[in-house]
Design a protein around this ligand. Structure first.
Ligand SMILES: [Ca+2]
Length: 388
């Protein structure tokens, strides 16, 4: 893998003009559902400001990160602000972003929080962990910041997940470091294709922020050792599936070409060399939809749905939904449910035009599903299982 990267990089430049035009066929079976296959729901609160992530401390207490800067502790009827003291950049897509409980929370009480960190007019995606003691934040420490800081205020990526062997995974977007992607002169040398920066990558760390010795690029002189996979655009969903011990991401394409990918350490997921989308100005990006040694998506959407989070449901509270995949969407304004049949995905669209832009789906400790909706009057919504 390590030697591969350098030679692959050179080969990619030499064979820039080789285009692979074969396009795989994907199942696009869609079931546009309205009410008959949707359970009822309960709005817990509609008083959230651009909520982005949530973590259940227990069955009644939940911490919600708001992009507009507050960390809210919801405990029954009461909602309390927790002061983080972080230098947060609130412009564009920035703010407080994802939050998750440590996989060993009962022992260590750590929460992990990502945010857009501000420094001298620039910003980056950063990861901290902290504890909540007597409804106050304590022991806060930064365990990762993506490099470099850039002037853009979008494409932070920033979702996190944990595997079952002591690792945290973090997505970092490409930061949209170009006016339009189609203007990149050499797509093979764009930030997400280079291993000497964290933009357009997934990051794999030990829970204390140290670098796992078995990360794919450890020891390579021109690569950052935190990098797990590369060639991503703006992945805003990541999920470790305990059923198959694999990590999956959803990534925003440009105009079309949103993707679901399965992460394999060291692999290149193609952006901006390959994509099923076009640039916002309708110009072509990169070389096409496929290229040698670049991973095609498991599934893609065209037109874009704008996928904002991913969850694979392994609970039992919704009998018809066991082992379903869920993707919340911003542009499509639906909750997408997938069932996998072999390598094909069958898609069902839930709550069309019911909630507006949906930011996040999460499970509670007892297996109930919750949604966060986007916007200045964002809601926390519980999906009721009894009606199914
Ligand atoms: Ca891709």
């Amino acid at each position: 893998m390590k030697k591969n990267y350098r030679s692959k990089y050179l080969l990619n430049n030499i064979f820039l003009t080789i285009l692979i035009l074969a396009v795989p066929s994907f199942s696009l079976a869609k079931n546009l559902c309205k009410s008959d296959c949707e359970p009822t729901y309960e709005i817990i609160t509609d008083d959230l400001s651009y909520p982005w992530g949530l973590a259940f401390l227990d069955e009644t207490r939940v911490v919600v990160s708001e992009r507009s800067g507050s960390l809210k502790l919801i405990d029954g009827e009461s909602i309390q602000n927790l002061e983080t003291g972080l230098q947060v950049s609130f412009s564009g897509q920035g703010g407080l972003l994802d939050i998750r409980k440590s996989p060993s929370y009962e022992q260590d009480q750590f929460l992990y929080l990502t945010y857009s960190k501000r420094k001298q007019g620039l910003s980056t995606t950063a990861l901290v962990r902290f504890k909540i003691e007597s409804n106050r934040i304590t022991n806060i420490e930064e365990i990762f910041e993506a490099l470099p800081y850039v002037g853009s205020s979008i494409h932070y990526g920033s979702r996190i997940t944990f595997d079952e062997s002591g690792h945290i995974f973090l997505t970092v977007g490409d930061r949209f470091n170009y006016t339009t992607a189609s203007r990149i002169m050499d797509v093979f040398a764009a930030d997400p294709q280079r291993l000497d920066n964290h933009l357009g990558k997934t990051i794999r760390l030990n829970l204390d922020g140290s670098i796992p010795k078995d990360n794919p690029f450890v020891g390579l002189s021109d690569a950052l050792p935190e990098v797990f996979t590369y060639g991503h655009r703006n992945p805003q969903g990541i999920y470790y599936n305990s059923n198959d011990s694999q990590v999956y991401v959803v990534d925003h394409g440009p105009k079309g070409g949103d993707e679901i990918n399965q992460l394999i350490g060291g692999r290149n997921y193609g952006w901006p060399v390959i994509t099923y989308g076009k640039d916002y100005n309708n110009e072509k990006v990169g070389v096409g939809a496929q290229y040698s040694d670049m991973e095609p998506p498991l599934y893609y959407w065209d037109p874009s749905v704008a996928p904002s989070s991913l969850l694979i449901y392994n609970g039992e509270n919704y009998p018809n939904w066991q082992s379903s995949w869920f993707v919340t969407t911003l542009r499509e304004k639906t909750l997408l449910r997938f069932t996998k049949s072999g390598s094909k995905f069958v898609e069902e669209r839930l709550y069309q035009n019911e909630f507006g832009r949906i930011r996040k789906i999460e499970t509670s400790p007892t297996g109930d599903l919750f949604l966060l909706t986007d916007g200045g009057k964002g809601s926390l919504i519980k999906i009721l299982g009894k009606s199914r």
